[in-house]
Design a protein around this ligand. Structure first.
Ligand code: TYD
Length: 207
């Protein structure tokens, strides 16, 4: 379908996804002639930024409404930004994607995981990343790294974040060909190198 390469970054709040995404993007641009598109969920599009405000800083929502809004953000993100970029042959790096919904809305909020996954697969017409990098960190450490003004999900109790982490790890174990699990407690340079080593061989193949 596409000649691009789709990579997602997942993990708990404050595990260092954005830093590692930026570093990988810079490296790809420097080492190749590929177009790199950096994006995120929720809020990778203009509509998505409105949904992000509602989801992270709006009134409390029930788990189903929350899951539907994340899926709506994702549907529009894929349709208007990710798929066109992949069709142009770009490397698309996204800070969070479908696995965040399964980890947070199923693992965290305890909705049935298969239903949450199917909702996102429907929303994205089954577009999955070639690689998903999990920056894995014990939520005890995550707490220390989150912002001064935590959003609706960051405010959840530790148990919520423990379930979320476990959901990510379970998904990674079930689909090892797609996932790269990285210990996010290691030095940033080492992590960047590990991710680069994993992605480098795919750059040629995807061209
Ligand atoms: P964000 O501000 O992007 O930062 P960080 O990834 O560093 O936490 O946070 C987005 C929040 O939304 C985060 O707490 C995870 C949550 N989220 C979901 O619950 N479900 C989803 O499908 C996505 C994409 C994010």
């Amino acid at each position: 379908m596409t000649s691009g390469l789709f990579i997602s970054f997942e993990g708990g709040d404050g595990a260092g996804k954005s830093t590692q995404l930026a570093r990988l993007g810079d490296w790809i641009e420097q080492a190749t002639t590929r177009e790199v598109v950096r994006t995120r969920e929720p809020g990778g599009t203009a509509v998505g930024r409105t949904l992000r405000e509602v989801l992270l800083h709006g009134q409390d929502l029930g788990p189903r409404a929350e899951a539907l809004l994340f899926a709506a953000d994702r549907a529009h993100h894929v349709d208007s930004l990710i798929r066109p970029a992949l069709e142009r042959g770009a490397v698309v790096l996204t800070d969070r994607y479908l696995d965040s919904s399964v980890a947070y809305q199923a693992g965290g909020r305890t909705l049935p995981p298969q239903e949450v996954e199917h909702l996102s697969l429907w929303a994205t017409e089954h577009l999955l990343p070639r690689v998903t990098v999990l920056l894995d960190l014990d939520p005890v450490h995550l707490a220390a790294r989150v912002a001064v003004d935590p959003d609706r999900l960051e405010r959840e109790e530790l148990e919520f974040h423990v379930r979320t982490r476990q959901a990510f790890l379970d998904r990674a174990a079930a689909e090892p060909r797609r996932w790269l699990v990285v210990d996010a407690a290691r030095p940033k340079d080492d992590i960047a190198e590990e991710i680069r080593d994993h992605v480098a061989p795919l750059m040629e193949a995807a061209r």
